[in-house]
Design a protein around this ligand. Structure first.
Ligand code: IMP
Ligand code: MG
Length: 180
């Protein structure tokens, strides 16, 4: 098993599996009702997934505009009380077709907040693509339109996702198993 900075990381989804899924998702997205697509990546965790998915969208014939929003949950400890905007998008979303891209759909609070925000600002349609769906953890009535993989209830790292600021650079998604 890979050892990264003294920690054993068990791969859950390999770079090859993710790449294949991204191509399939891009084909699904391009088959949907999208003409003038504005992609909004929800930072930070989605940055690698978004970069790969956007290039797969190009190969599926789409030419999306790309924006970034940084969102953060707040609350005490692990109990999330709400979501706040750390850095907003620059574009006007009025009458636009939006695709929100995030790394993980867990409770659903982050993407519920982002979707409501875009509709409040006048978006025509908002769809959601996530790499991973931890559906057992859902608190909100929210589903993604495009899901890479159903994710077991482990804390995962890599492919953009961190544990205490580490492991975002891993080309695969894995679980920290402890010290090597
Ligand atoms: P939600 O608002 O509960 O759906 O939270 C989803 C967000 O929590 C994701 O965008 C991630 O930033 C973060 N998150 C949830 N689970 C994990 C994990 O296993 N590893 C890293 N980040 C996670
Ligand atoms: Mg996130």
């Amino acid at each position: 098993m890979p050892v990264v900075r003294g920690k054993i990381i068990e791969p859950l989804f390999t770079a090859e599996e993710i790449d294949a899924r991204n191509k399939t998702m891009a084909a699904q997205i391009s088959a949907g009702p999208v003409k003038d697509l504005l992609v909004i990546a929800v930072l930070k965790g989605s940055f690698i997934f978004a970069a790969d998915l956007i290039r797969a969208l190009h190969n599926s014939g789409l030419a999306p505009e790309v924006e970034f929003i940084t969102l953060s949950s707040y609350g005490t400890g692990t109990v999330s009380k709400g979501v706040k905007i750390i850095k907003d998008i620059d574009s006007d979303v009025k009458d636009r077709d939006i695709l929100l891209i995030d790394d993980i759909l867990e409770s659903g609070r982050t993407l519920q907040f982002a979707r409501d925000l875009m509709y409040e600002r006048g978006a025509r349609h908002v769809s959601i693509a996530v790499l991973l769906d931890k559906s057992v953890k859902r608190q909100e009535k929210l589903e993604a339109d495009y899901v890479g993989f159903e994710c077991p209830d482990y804390f995962v790292v890599g492919y953009g996702m961190d544990a205490a600021y580490a492991f975002r650079e891993l080309p695969f998604v894995g679980v920290v198993k402890g010290d090597a």
